[in-house]
Ligand binder design. Structure first.
Ligand code: HEC
Length: 163
């Protein structure tokens, strides 16, 4: 008599993704208390930020668009990399080709969030930081250069740059 089972199991199965999604939202909310400045709090462990700022993996395609864009990411003002469509490559900073093999995801995240952590006198902007910055144009005061979702997209893209 399989009737009882066969009617109940599809219902249970369809509830699982919803429960999983709810759990993911709750876990993400618990992991990321907002700070007084409105930015998501993060923890630095061994010169890395191991946990996604948004609690989700970023989107590498969107990340590439940010990195290769001269207005949003600005990365290519200083870095060269695997961007054949860009005609002028800068060599102010290390080439990003293969960076996903040289740095862990957490190291990449910290570098983009707060480059000054590794090098206090770096010329690289700290993309997810609003305190302690000098030379910020008034229009950008109080806002990070990239929001948490954009940071994760950039990290997802940098991770794909493997040699
Ligand atoms: C104004 C110049 C500048 C901009 C803009 C810039 N960087 Fe950098 N970046 C540097 C410099 C210089 C270094 C070398 C280390 C240092 O001095 O901090 C560096 C280091 C790095 C590193 C470590 C590289 C290594 O081989 O150790 C990564 C990863 C990185 N940048 C990613 C990015 C990304 C992604 C962006 C854009 C979101 C970006 N950078 C924007 C100047 C810049």
């Amino acid at each position: 008599m399989p009737t009882a089972c066969s009617t109940r199991s599809p219902a249970r199965r369809s509830a699982e993704p919803i429960a999983a999604a709810a759990l993911a939202v709750l876990t993400a909310a618990a992991a990321m208390p907002a700070r007084a400045d409105g930015l998501i709090a993060y923890r630095i462990v061994d010169a890395a930020i191991p946990v996604s700022l948004t609690g989700q993996p970023g989107d590498a395609t969107r990340g590439r668009a940010i990195v290769a864009n001269r207005q949003i990411g600005l990365c290519v003002l200083c870095h060269s990399g695997p961007f054949p469509e860009l005609r002028f490559h800068s060599d102010l900073a290390p080439d990003l080709t293969g960076i996903g093999s040289r740095m862990s995801e957490g190291q990449l995240r910290l570098r983009v969030v707060d480059a000054s952590h590794a090098n206090p006198s770096t010329i690289m902007p700290s993309y997810y930081r609003i305190d302690g910055l000098t030379r910020v144009t008034p229009a950008l005061r109080g806002k990070p250069l990239l929001d948490a979702g954009q940071i994760e997209d950039v990290v997802a893209y940098l991770k794909t740059l493997r040699e």
